[in-house]
Design a protein around this ligand. Structure first.
Ligand code: ASP
Length: 328
């Protein structure tokens, strides 16, 4: 055999013997990536996912397609992502409700958020706002509290299912106000907000990114924010804590995850794309304007998200139990 032929035979043999992981290193991603958002379109998770993945897709050279899989407080979508083929082509964008809080709210869940997923990185943390329908006879938090206390079992609050962020926000508020009101579940707070605007229920605690435009348009009222400091976007709206519900503080982190078993190369590339998106000035300006607390690119590591998930489970599971909420 001529020397040249011998060399190419050796090269071909080496390629054939290369472990799959090493070959994937240069290839991924070769086709569009599905991003499961476990809530309806037009809500806060969807909004954040779309802005971030549009930029991530550019960085990866592939389209990222958002698939809204709403229902059961996000558990249906999260479960679908947990059971997806672990090849990096199905990823999850979910929040601390669906991955940490709901451990205390369901007797059993079809997934284990710490064992069934690999974190990619944090995608932003959202403050929440207590919003009411325009016609609710309350001009401030005190009047709202008095109204709900006087109308127990008749007043209605909207939420995106058991374990959703809006459920946690409403549940903690109702429990700390010591009121019993009716829950109106939706597949996401996008559709819930439409019904609040048309006055079909009384109030909701939802992520700022979703409700700010309607507050500014005057179609709903903002009576409190869920952080211990007021929001620059709503300087005249007091915190719920300063209005008398001492210690009320709920913020919602969101992050990207993949099913356990996904090749490390895909995780690294997805993380790098996220870091690129978080470092993009246009992306930052747009989301920060909507009150999203964005991590610095260097802080969006898989390890930081893993630690965040654990810290939220350690914080919220006992808090919800202490509030006397029975799992379903
Ligand atoms: N994040 C959900 C949504 O996007 C709502 C929620 O968790 O309350 O609709």
């Amino acid at each position: 055999m001529k020397r040249r032929n011998l060399l190419s035979t050796v090269a071909a043999a080496a390629l054939a013997a290369a472990p799959l992981g090493a070959m994937a290193q240069t290839a991924y991603p070769t086709k569009p990536i599905t991003v499961i958002v476990p809530f309806a379109a037009g809500g806060p998770t969807d909004a954040l996912a779309r802005v971030l993945t549009a930029r991530m897709g550019e960085a990866l050279g592939q389209t990222m397609i958002v698939e809204n899989v709403g229902g059961a407080g996000g558990t249906i979508g999260v479960n679908k992502a947990a059971k997806a083929t672990p090849d990096g082509y199905t990823i999850l964008f979910a929040h601390m409700g669906t991955l940490a809080v709901n451990i205390a709210l369901y007797k059993s869940l079809p997934y284990d958020s710490q064992k069934d997923f690999e974190p990619i990185g944090l995608g932003g943390t959202n403050p929440m706002v207590l919003v009411t329908k325009k016609g609710l006879p309350a001009k401030d938090f005190k009047e709202f509290e008095a109204y709900v206390k006087a109308n127990q079992k008749k007043a209605q609050y909207g939420m995106a299912g058991i374990g959703a962020a809006s459920h946690l926000g409403g549940l903690m508020l109702n429990s700390m106000m010591k009121v019993d009101v009716l829950e109106i579940p939706y597949k996401g707070t996008g559709p819930a907000l439409n019904d609040l605007v048309s006055g079909q229920f009384d109030y909701m605690v939802d992520q700022a990114v979703n409700v700010l435009p309607q507050i500014k348009a005057g179609t709903i009222k903002a009576l409190g924010v869920s952080t211990l400091k007021r929001l620059p976007q709503l300087p005249d709206v007091p915190t719920i804590d300063e209005s008398g519900i001492k210690g009320y503080e709920v913020t919602i982190w969101n992050g990207f995850f993949v099913a356990k078993g996904t090749p490390k190369d895909a995780i690294d590339k997805l993380n790098k794309a996220l870091v690129t998106a978080l470092g993009d000035e246009k992306v930052r300006a747009r989301l920060i304007d909507q009150a999203v607390d964005l991590p610095e690119p260097k802080d969006a590591t898989p390890e930081a998200l893993r630690a965040q998930l654990k810290a939220s489970i350690d914080k919220w599971v006992p808090t919800i139990k202490a509030a006397g909420v029975q799992p379903q």
